[in-house]
Every structure is written in structure tokens, then in C-alpha cells.
Design a protein around this ligand. Structure first.
Ligand code: FAD
Length: 441
């Protein structure tokens, strides 16, 4: 039994019958001969169970991690699916290129980023990562390989982007990078007192800033309700001579698996207030290296251990922006009253750039993502209440952050789920897929 392959939320626990480490894309074992169902596994940065395959087999892709081609003039890169964003950054940034879209951690693989069709701080201008994929090769369990692009095997292309590893194994991918002048961001932080201010800032900033995101104090109530910090930025256009000396990024390990009592209503309130007050001025500007700007959490290795042995959940929803953000207000009120949540709460508006993936999560509106320690039924009850609000306005939940959503909520969130079924490889499955299809593990 291989038990050390986990998801980022450390929940649910999974026992894999087998883990097959892949090394060469030209020498993948015959998948049809594996006794159990299989699922590709990248770096396990999905929070819930969409990277787990309880009682079945994982295909660990971290060994298929070679660069194939990088055209420094056009910014088109081709690499194997197990290459991490961290490894790519080391090559592309010194050559004046950056990811067209990046999630909030660089410890993800290209295959994982396609399979969840990840989004970043520039969703309002660039859409999802899948939008920038030129082509990829998909291996089916039959042994057949398909080159997929917007014009070739199009249906499989659309099903695999955001297809959660269920359509087959992505062997390599080719995508277009964006040009940058240097490794820095002209970054600003603005304190907002409430949600009206947040929405006003979002509207103004989305026109002039490529990257926007905010942290929100999810414990705040009364006159402080909806307060937070708004981050925005653009790639810097300064010359090399004007830039600060780069410092090696600091990496602090989270020292131990924290005891559950450490995170309670009281400590959460204090932590949130400290973060809010850490910004003394209303508005600050400065030049920031891309690493702390895009990946602040990567500087604390294994921070997921702070929620204790029972692990934690993330709840990420997107809701349309209507009536001055009523739904987001209701969701935040519900969380604040519950005294749950954490100091890692992110709020962001999403733009109208459509995703190619038929099961992609991002859509126009407002997305809220926050962590919750695992308090069993109490946490699930809160999520059920939040789901009702999300449903009432036609919103959706993000499967790569999820370990709880019901089959009903999944189908509500993804109207195309029936159509998607046609493209699933019969040999591929995941713990999440069986859960949202009500099959028993
Ligand atoms: C700190 C942090 C911040 C994050 N911020 C964001 C964010 O801003 N936006 C966002 O969208 N997400 C975000 N995420 C989630 C993360 O980007 C996704 O879960 C991502 O897909 C993880 O990639 P991975 O390589 O670890 O894949 P895994 O988590 O291992 O797997 C994810 C899915 O990809 C499939 N897969 C992996 N490799 C392949 C392959 N070769 N072929 C086919 N399928 C494959 C798996 O089967 C699984 O379904 C964040 C996660 C963390 C921990």
C-alpha cells in the first residue's frame, strides 16, 4: 500500500493500490494491462480528491519533466507534462518571458495546470491557462495517441482542458508565453474598508492593471465587515540599471503539524486583524520581484501542516456579480457568523474571457476562496449553507479545491457534465469523480 501520495488539504486520506512512476513519454507502460483504474498525479497541489485515486493506481508524472523546445524569439515552449512551473520560470524569465497565466503556487506541473484549467490574478485580461495552450499529446489507455489543438481533435482538446485527468494522460504540451522586460512587478497595495470599496477598486483596476487580487478579513463584522487589502500590479518596464539587486527567495519550513486547538475563533480574529493592520498606509506602491508577488505562500514550505492532522478544506466558489455583490455579502456573513474560515481568504473578480474547457471552473463574476480547518460535520454543514447561496444565483464550485461537494452541486456547477462523460477514458477515474457520481469507493 502506498500512502504517501496526498492532496494539499491532506484530506481525504487515500490508500493507493499502486503508484507507477513514469520516466519516459516514449515508454509509458501499457495502461490497459493495469488491474485497477488509473489517474495521473502531478505535484498534488489540488486541495481535495481530484488528484487521488483511492484503492486504485496513480501515474506519477513528476519524472516526465523534460524541455522539448523553447523558441526564445516567439516565446513558444514545448515540454513534457510533468515539468513544474518552478522549473520553467528559471528558464523563461532570464530570457524575457513569463507565463501567460499562473496560479498562486509555482509547484504545479503543466499537466496538472491543464487538467484543472487553472486561473490566476489576470483572469480578467487573459482567461485561463488552457486558453494559451497551442497543442498537447494525449495518450489513451488503448495505446492510441492524439495530438489535440483548437483545430485538431478539437472535442478531446476541450474535454481535456479542465478534464481533471479523466480523458487520458497528457504527455507533452506546447504553449505561448508573454514577453516581459524584467523579473519585477510594479506592485501596489490598497486597504479597503468594506465590500463597496472592494468592488469600486476592482472595477477601476481591472482596466489599468493586469493583475488584481485581494485578501479579505473573513472574520470581520459590524463596521469592519468586508475589509481587506487589494493587490494590483503590472510587469515593470524599468531598465536593468534601475532595478533592485535580486535576493534569493527565503524558504521557511512550517515546523510541525499544528495541534487543532491552535486555530480557533479567537486566534483567527487576531490573525486577521494583524494582517489588516500590517498595512499602515491606505495605499503603498513599490517594485516587487515576481516570486513574492505571485507566489507568497510558496515561501513557507508545507504550510498545509498548520491545520493539523485532520487536514483542511478549501471552499472556492464563483458567483455572478449582481445587485452590488449580494451573494458574496451573504456568503461572507454566513462565514463570519460561523466563526470558521482562516486568514487565507482570497476575493477576486473574474472577467468574461471564455475558457476552452467544457468543464472549466472560471466564469465571469466574483470568486472567493478560503481555507477551513476540518471540523467534520460542522464544517460540512457550513458548506451546505454556502452551497445554497451559490446555487441561488447560479454560481459554481471549483473541483480542484474541493473534497465535499455533493453530486447535485457538481451537476449544478457543470451543466456540460453529461457531454463530458463521452470523453472519459474507461480506464481513468479519480476519488473525486466517483464521489460526485455517487459510486461507492
Ligand atoms: C498555494 C496554492 C495556490 C493555488 N492557487 C491557485 C490559483 O490561483 N488558481 C488555480 O486555478 N488553482 C490554484 N491552486 C490549485 C492548483 O493550481 C491546481 O490544483 C493544479 O492543478 C495543481 O497541479 P499539480 O501539478 O499539483 O496537479 P495535481 O494536483 O497532482 O493533479 C491535478 C489534476 O491534474 C491531473 N493531471 C496531472 N497531470 C496530468 C497529466 N499529465 N495528464 C492528465 N492529467 C493530469 C490529475 O489527474 C488531477 O486531476 C493553488 C494550489 C495551492 C496549493
Amino acid at each position: 500500500m502506498k500512502q504517501h501520495y496526498k492532496s494539499w488539504g491532506l484530506y481525504p486520506p487515500a490508500k493507493h493500490k499502486n503508484v507507477i512512476k513514469l520516466h519516459w513519454i516514449s515508454d509509458i507502460p501499457d495502461l490497459s494491462r493495469i488491474e485497477t483504474l488509473v489517474l495521473p498525479y502531478g505535484l498534488g497541489r489540488s486541495y481535495g480528491d481530484n488528484c487521488l485515486n483511492n484503492d486504485n493506481t496513480l501515474l506519477d508524472t513528476s519524472g516526465i519533466s523534460r524541455f522539448i523546445e523553447f523558441d526564445k524569439k516567439s516565446g513558444i515552449i514545448k515540454c513534457e507534462a510533468g515539468v513544474s512551473f518552478a522549473k520553467i520560470l528559471k528558464v523563461i524569465v532570464p530570457n524575457g518571458w513569463f507565463f501567460p497565466v499562473t496560479p498562486g503556487t509555482k509547484f504545479v506541473t503543466v499537466g496538472g495546470a491543464i487538467a484543472n484549467d487553472v486561473h490566476g490574478k489576470n483572469h480578467h485580461t487573459a482567461g485561463t491557462f488552457g486558453k494559451h495552450i497551442i497543442s498537447f499529446e494525449l495518450l489513451k489507455s488503448s495505446g492510441k495517441k492524439y495530438i489535440c489543438s483548437a483545430t485538431k481533435n478539437t472535442e478531446l482538446y476541450k474535454a481535456t482542458i479542465g478534464g481533471m485527468g479523466l480523458t487520458g494522460l497528457i504527455l507533452w504540451a506546447q504553449f505561448k508565453l508573454k514577453p516581459i522586460n524584467n523579473a519585477y512587478i510594479d506592485a501596489e497595495t490598497i486597504k479597503f474598508k468594506n465590500l463597496d470599496e472592494f468592488f469600486e477598486l476592482s472595477e477601476k483596476s481591472s482596466k489599468e492593471y493586469e493583475y488584481i487580487v485581494s485578501w479579505i478579513d473573513c472574520t470581520s463584522r459590524g463596521k469592519n465587515f468586508g475589509r481587506g487589502l487589494f493587490f494590483r500590479g503590472n510587469h515593470s518596464s524599468l531598465d536593468k540599471s534601475e532595478l533592485p539587486q535580486p535576493k534569493p527567495p527565503k524558504r521557511l519550513p512550517f515546523p510541525f503539524t499544528a495541534p487543532a486547538f491552535l486555530l480557533n475563533r479567537f486566534t483567527l480574529k487576531i490573525a486577521n486583524a494583524v494582517i489588516y493592520r500590517s498595512q499602515l498606509k491606505k495605499h503603498t506602491k513599490g517594485i516587487k520581484h515576481y516570486d513574492p508577488f505571485f507566489y507568497p505562500l510558496d515561501s513557507i514550505l508545507n504550510w498545509n501542516r498548520m491545520y493539523g492532522k485532520r487536514g483542511f478544506f478549501q471552499y472556492q466558489c464563483v458567483v455572478p456579480y449582481t445587485d452590488g455583490g449580494t451573494a458574496i455579502r451573504q456568503i461572507l456573513e454566513c462565514i463570519s457568523k460561523s466563526g470558521k474560515g482562516s486568514f487565507l481568504a482570497v476575493l477576486k473578480t473574474m472577467g468574461s474571457v471564455s475558457s476552452p474547457g467544457i468543464l472549466s471552473f472560471p466564469r465571469e463574476g466574483v470568486t472567493l476562496a478560503l481555507d477551513f480547518a476540518n471540523h467534520g460535520e460542522k464544517t460540512r454543514k457550513l458548506f451546505a449553507d454556502l452551497d445554497e447561496i451559490v446555487k441561488s444565483v447560479g454560481g459554481a464550485l471549483y473541483p480542484c479545491k474541493d473534497a465535499c461537494m455533493s453530486p447535485e452541486m457538481f451537476r449544478f456547477s457543470y451543466a456540460e457534465w453529461k457531454n463530458f462523460n463521452k470523453y472519459i477514458d474507461p480506464k481513468f477515474s479519480s476519488s473525486l469523480w466517483r464521489r460526485v457520481n455517487k459510486e461507492k469507493e
